[in-house]
Design a protein around this ligand. Structure first.
Ligand code: UDX
Length: 460
């Protein structure tokens, strides 16, 4: 099939490359000329395992093309995907201007029948607006074409996006057009061969499904983070509770890891957008507001533990921080808990040496320049260098290489053998045996600040 993908961001690029890999001819279009030039050379601007080789191979074989010219890109395309950004507005709602502009532009240049598929995450009702704008633009040009519209959300995890696209749990298609559904079914058949995984529904139902999936996952995390706080106060280890409840198949083990808050480009934005969408529909989304509020609190959890441990005397102290990206396997720092923590430490007069296996360049490019200029934040090339003279290690992102580090080397580099483990990666008993004072999340009785304080008091 001939396909066009509008927007070469994270979603557009993965979609384009994966469809090309299955033998389709895909043209990706973006208004950012510099980005298109890089992509034409096979350079992928984002860190995503497996994506660059996929782009390079399909470029070489002539199935994947990049351009800045929309009219050229849509020529002959049977299916056109809109995968442009829907960034958050100040009030939390999703800004769909780029999606609507794409619809107008398509209406202005289409000269053949096609199916237009919205892939960007959009508020309920947006795909209907896309359809109306295309129809309007076509009739202004007196073009009589059949352009059917569908909504087909992405469920791609950063760091595993190619895999998620190639082996989807489900493919959701919202459309009232039998033709659009039939074409998409054909297009997705190679990805869903062994089981029928394509679910069709009304457009609005599909738009809500995308928000609902992310909001549910965010709710699980905030629930666990709240539970962790309660556990800590009651002398309960949340890690035992996690395993205890996860064994119930109705609950399951995934997405119940307490930590220092969820981040990234999807959860925070989508939860806020859904709250806003509810509000506009006259519903106070109390639970979702609590999910969001708990996450804000959670992103400050490590700092609160630090002040509980060191008092207000953080000024002049140096801290080693492991993990800048919002999660392992990506260099994405959007809404990353590490950024909130560094800001708080700098505000309190401390300095930070940070290390991340992938996000160092992203950190240099996106964090406030003053942080670097004033020497408050340094990026270390090595995880152990980041601990030189540190009063504590702050573990924020659970990259695999942090799981079983050289504890002796850490101890000898650090000023104090103290670990604040924002992802509960270490066993408190082992930490004690290694000679570390350990503070986890929700590890009451075993690894909490209170327990450490009690031990210190007992020791006189
Ligand atoms: C998410 C969804 O998973 C994906 O389906 C959607 O389309 C886009 O958003 P992503 O943002 O890449 O993907 O990250 P994900 O792996 O889902 O993690 C989100 C955040 O939750 C991370 O900050 C992670 O650290 C945090 N998290 C996750 C927890 O704190 N605890 C958990 O148990 C799981």
């Amino acid at each position: 099939m001939r396909l066009t993908v509008l927007g070469t961001g994270y979603v557009g690029l993965v979609t384009g490359a994966c469809f090309a890999e299955m033998g389709n001819h895909v043209t990706c279009v973006d208004r950012d000329a510099a980005k298109i030039q890089r992509l034409e050379r096979g350079e992928v601007p984002i860190y995503e395992p497996g994506l660059e080789p996929l782009v390079a191979a399909n470029l070489r074989q002539g199935r994947l093309r990049f351009t800045t010219r929309l009219a050229e890109a849509v020529a002959g395309a049977e299916v056109i995907f809109i995968a442009v950004g829907t960034p958050p507005r100040a009030d939390g709602s999703a800004d769909v201007e780029d999606v609507l502009a794409a619809a107008r532009d398509l209406g202005a240049c289409l000269d053949h029948d096609a199916v237009v598929v919205v892939k960007s995450t959009v508020p309920v009702g947006t795909t209907e607006r896309v359809e109306a704008l295309i129809t309007e633009a076509l009739s202004a040009r007196r073009e009589i074409l059949t352009v059917d519209v569908a909504f087909n959300p992405e469920f791609l995890k950063e760091g595993d996006a190619v895999n998620d696209f190639m082996r989807p749990d489900r493919v959701i298609v919202g459309s009232r057009s039998a033709r659009a559904i039939a074409l998409l079914r054909m297009l997705y058949a190679p990805f869903t061969r062994n089981h029928e995984r394509l679910l069709t529904m009304a457009v609005r139902d599909a738009e809500m499904t995308k928000y609902a999936a992310n909001a549910m996952l965010a709710t699980r995390i905030s629930f666990m983070n709240e539970l962790a706080t309660i556990c800590e106060r009651l002398g309960v280890d949340v890690e035992q509770v996690r395993v205890g409840i996860g064994s119930d198949p109705r609950i399951g083990y995934s997405f119940i890891y307490p930590g220092c808050g969820y981040g990234g480009s999807c959860f925070p934005k989508d939860v806020r957008a859904l709250i806003r969408l509810a509000q506009d529909a006259g519903v106070d989304a109390q639970l979702l507001r609590a999910v969001e509020a708990r996450n804000q609190v959670q992103k400050r959890a490590l700092f609160d533990k630090l002040t509980a441990r060191f008092g207000q005397r953080l000024a002049g102290l140096r801290f080693g921080l492991w993990g800048l990206a919002f999660k392992p396997g990506t260099d994405d720092m959007r809404e990353a808990p590490a950024v909130t923590l560094i800001a708080q430490l700098i505000e309190a007069g401390a300095t930070v040496s940070a290390f991340d296996p992938a996000a160092m360049t992203a950190a240099q490019a996106t964090l406030p320049r003053e942080w670097f200029e004033a020497g408050r934040l340094q990026l270390s090339n090595d995880q152990y260098d980041a601990l030189e003279d540190a009063s504590a290690l702050l573990l924020v992102t659970e990259w695999k290489q942090f799981r079983n580090p050289d504890f002796a080397r850490m101890r000898s580099a650090m000023r104090l053998p103290v670990i604040f483990d924002g992802r509960n990666q270490y066993d408190p008993a082992r930490m004690a045996a290694e000679g570390f004072e350990y503070h986890g999340i929700g590890r009451g009785g075993r690894g909490s600040v209170e327990a450490a304080a009690l031990r210190l008091r007992a020791a006189g």
